[in-house]
Design a protein around this ligand. Structure first.
Ligand SMILES: *Cc1c(COP(=O)(O)O)cnc(C)c1O
Length: 424
């Protein structure tokens, strides 16, 4: 088995190792939750302080023009674009993932129904992130559509019937870490006359994505996970250029107007993706997101997303191997697919008892993962996200070692680890 010394040698040989210095990691912590909230980039506090003291404090209203506040959503969108295979001018950083999903779903449904009014179904998976399903339900009530769910990835293609207008999928499942084949499913959707909407919340900055090559129609993604934009960071929205100029924005606010400062009474959409802005943008949060995206772009000269992906797979392979060896006999089983092509950047384990408490005991030891409750279909999950920008092979070894100690000593049975917090 791989030893701690082996791991230190792997870190010494890792070409991405210098990127860790771009972050402020609390000492003594192994952070395996970058898929929920990315780590603070070292550049962010000063960038925010400058935005507050100089841009706001001194520049005041002039900063909309002079500090470049006004087009931050487009400029940060252009920074994110190459990470997901989008072109310049096709993507904006704005609003939350939930809100962006509402916008793109509405547009996709309108396009589908203009071509064939009977296409009233949004098809998705029961295991999708709940907010995605909730948004589709709410939109359905407004736009006369209906959400239909399949129970397993293998059932998606067969469910693309003539009543389906939009296929709405999350590329990497938040709970299991299972990754879809975006190109194959988008093609199957198009062959059935269906538009493909992708949620990249657990993909952007984590796994290579090529929206153009996959033929996707619309996409949204998250700013505070692998893009390290900070709590509640703006998310992003993307539309394929074949729909540019012809897609609807249901939240027709003045920032998406073709000429917001003409103050005319009628809404006229800005050309292209800019119409997906709604109201005045959160400049301080955008400044933090800018720093976060810069940390991912810093990997470009070192091999970019391909290099990050190779390291992510090496980290997750190592964690799986160490856990299966060191924790054998303790009732853990692997939920995340072993096949690289079907694995995102996380490893999920399950155990019939104590999943929540084991995660709490690990957190008390400085190994931060999280817990996702099961339901009738899925078991309770111990979830570990691996961000190759700042994680070392040594961290993986430490995490597996701590997990082994928590299980061997039965420490997780202590009452303090079994009390539920509001945010898990
Ligand atoms: C994290 C995540 C979200 C978060 O949505 P918010 O609007 O930022 O709360 C949405 N969808 C998926 C698939 C996610 O993983």
């Amino acid at each position: 088995m791989t030893t701690l010394q082996d791991c230190r040698a792997m870190d010494a040989a890792d070409p991405l190792a210098p990127l860790r210095a771009l972050f402020e990691l609390p000492p003594g912590t192994v952070y395996l939750d970058g898929n929920s909230l990315g780590v603070l980039p070292a550049a962010t506090p000063a960038r925010i302080a400058r935005a507050v003291r100089e841009e706001w404090g001194q520049g005041l209203i002039r900063s909309w023009n002079e500090a470049g506040w006004f087009d931050l959503p487009q400029r940060i969108g252009d920074m994110i674009a190459p990470l997901v295979g989008a072109g310049p001018g096709e993507l904006v950083a704005t609003d939350s993932t939930s809100i962006n999903l509402f916008k793109v779903l509405s547009a996709a449904l309108s396009i589908a129904q203009a071509a064939a009014p009977a296409r009233r179904v949004i098809l998705s998976e029961r295991s999708n992130f709940p907010t995605d399903l909730y948004i589709a339900q709410g939109l359905g009530r407004l736009q006369g559509a209906q959400l239909r769910l399949v129970d397993e990835p293998g059932a998606i293609a067969a469910a693309l019937g003539p009543e389906v207008g939009v296929l709405m999928l999350t590329h990497v499942n938040y709970r299991t870490g299972e990754m879809h084949d975006m190109a194959t499913l988008s093609r199957a959707a198009h062959e059935a006359g269906v538009l493909a909407v992708w949620d990249l919340a657990h993909s952007a900055g984590a796994v290579p994505v090529d929206l153009h090559a996959a033929g996707a129609d619309f996409a949204v993604g998250c700013g505070y996970k692998y893009l390290n934009g900070g709590p509640g960071a703006p998310a992003f929205a993307w539309v394929h250029p074949r729909h540019a100029g012809a897609f609807e924005q249901p939240l027709s606010g003045w920032w998406g107007h073709a000429a917001p400062f003409e103050f005319t009474p009628d809404w006229r959409p800005a050309p292209g993706i800019a119409r997906y802005l709604c109201g005045t943008q959160p400049v301080l949060s955008l400044r933090a997101l800018e720093c976060g995206v810069e940390t991912v772009l810093a990997a470009q000269p070192l091999g970019g997303m391909a290099a990050l992906r190779a390291k992510s797979l090496a980290l997750t392979d190592l964690f799986i191997a160490l856990v299966e060896d060191g924790c054998a006999g303790h009732g853990l089983s692997l939920v995340t697919p072993r096949a690289h092509a079907r694995r995102g950047s996380q490893v999920c384990l399950t155990r019939s008892e104590g999943a929540y408490a084991i995660v709490q005991a690990l957190i008390a030891r400085g190994v931060i993962g999280d817990f996702r409750a099961g339901d009738a279909q899925l078991p309770d999950i111990l979830r570990f996200g691996f961000t190759p920008l700042y994680l070392r092979f040594e961290d993986v070894w430490q995490a597996a070692q701590q997990l082994r100690e928590v299980l061997e000593g039965g420490e997780w049975r202590r009452p303090e680890f079994n009390r539920r917090h509001a945010v898990t």
